[in-house]
Design a protein around this ligand. Structure first.
Ligand code: SF4
Length: 136
């Protein structure tokens, strides 16, 4: 069976503002912008080999959201047997918005909030492109 919602998985990114931006943007998409079309899950479950989390990525269209070039979300989705249907990188966003410089790590400062909002819109566009309502 195919999971009809697009699965958006952000990297964990602890200790880095870029990871926090990716997570915040994902929550905005899932809870506010595309609640009927997008879902998320914890990357750590995939890393641990949780069978339900693996099944979910294998049966879903997946958007990986990564905070740095190590691309932990993309790699772990692929290791779990999932396919990357779209890949969003916070570093690309920073290149396109050089005036915004997030500095806080544990919570987002004003620039971080702005970047998270821009990123959320990008992710929502990817979700719209991918969402089929159930067929893959
Ligand atoms: S991609 Fe970078 S920021 Fe995200 S979890 Fe991996 S090392 Fe941390």
């Amino acid at each position: 069976m195919t999971d009809s919602k697009v699965l958006v998985i952000p990297c964990s990114g602890i200790g880095k503002p870029f990871g926090t931006i990716g997570r915040e943007a994902t929550f905005t998409v899932v809870d506010e912008l595309r609640p009927g079309k997008a879902d998320t899950n914890c990357l750590s479950l995939l890393v641990m080999g949780d069978p339900d989390a693996k099944r979910q990525v294998q049966e879903s269209l997946c958007v990986a959201v990564d905070g740095c070039p190590l691309e932990c979300a993309r790699k772990n989705i692929e290791i779990a047997g999932g396919r990357i249907d779209a890949h969003v990188r916070v570093m690309d966003l920073l290149r396109d918005n050089r005036g915004l410089k997030p500095r806080q790590v544990t919570f987002l400062d004003e620039d971080g909030e702005k970047l998270a909002a821009i990123l959320a819109e990008r992710i929502a566009e990817k979700v719209d492109d991918l969402y089929t309502g159930g067929s893959r």
